[in-house]
Ligand binder design. Sequence first.
Ligand SMILES: C[S@@+](CC[C@H](N)C(=O)[O-])C[C@H]1O[C@@H](n2cnc3c(N)ncnc32)[C@H](O)[C@@H]1O
Length: 256
Amino acid sequence: LTVFNSLYADSYDQLYASKNYQGECDLIEAGFARYGNSPLRTVLDVGCGTGTHVIELARRGYQMTGVDVSPHMLELAAAKSVDLDLADDPTWLLGDARSFQAKGPYDAAIMMFAVIGYLTGNEDVLSGLRNIRRHLKPGALFMSDFWYGPSVLTDRPTDRVRVLESPGQQVIRASNTKLDIVQQTADVTFRLWTLKNGMVESETTETHSHRYYFPQEYAFFLQQAGFRMENISAFPTLDDPLSDQVWNAFVVARAI
Ligand SMILES: C[S@@+](CC[C@H](N)C(=O)[O-])C[C@H]1O[C@@H](n2cnc3c(N)ncnc32)[C@H](O)[C@@H]1O
């Protein structure tokens, strides 16, 4: 993998400090409550990144396994979870969505923050979903969000610069996006600088190739992999309808 290398991973939690992980875990639990057949306990997070959902859900009593293909992201996740005094320490597993092997079978799986978008080819999507399905009990839930095609095409991504300030330190991230309408991908090139007291300490560039999906193709991929789509809504809700104003779609699927 050429993305989520150590310099980018090191800034990840700072870049997404304002992301509402608590609220997303509320959404996941609301999905469990509404669609789960019985109380859920074991949950697999595929593309767990720095582990923020895993840790929050472990705090709420779930037995968590986090899988990620980036050793840097996983290392940060594991470091965050030590000394938390959790009833069940999370299990961290380095692996690709398409091929990892965890114990299981699990009661549920999640794939949050459009991780499915990193699987860009049809075969990759199918192997990822099939591998997740293989790790689940029949009837288990699988929740994921993706970049919603109609919105990506309506509200096209523009070049952006973000500056994050903390005492004595700045992180600057410039992003440039190129859409490939036939492949349904957005290639986002991030240039990231970290500064200490105004002096550049590090600089890195990564291009994240990201697929956006349309509802019917996603339902079809899920079906081919042994799932049924139970609900699709505007992220981060279970009930708001999709619209081209909303960048992410949230899907609840069931292993059949
Ligand atoms: C945008 S981050 C999301 C991390 C986390 N789910 C969150 O919500 O903060 C995407 C993550 O997906 C991981 N990833 C990308 N492709 C993957 C693959 N094929 N298998 C497993 N993880 C993958 C990356 O390493 C990265 O940690």
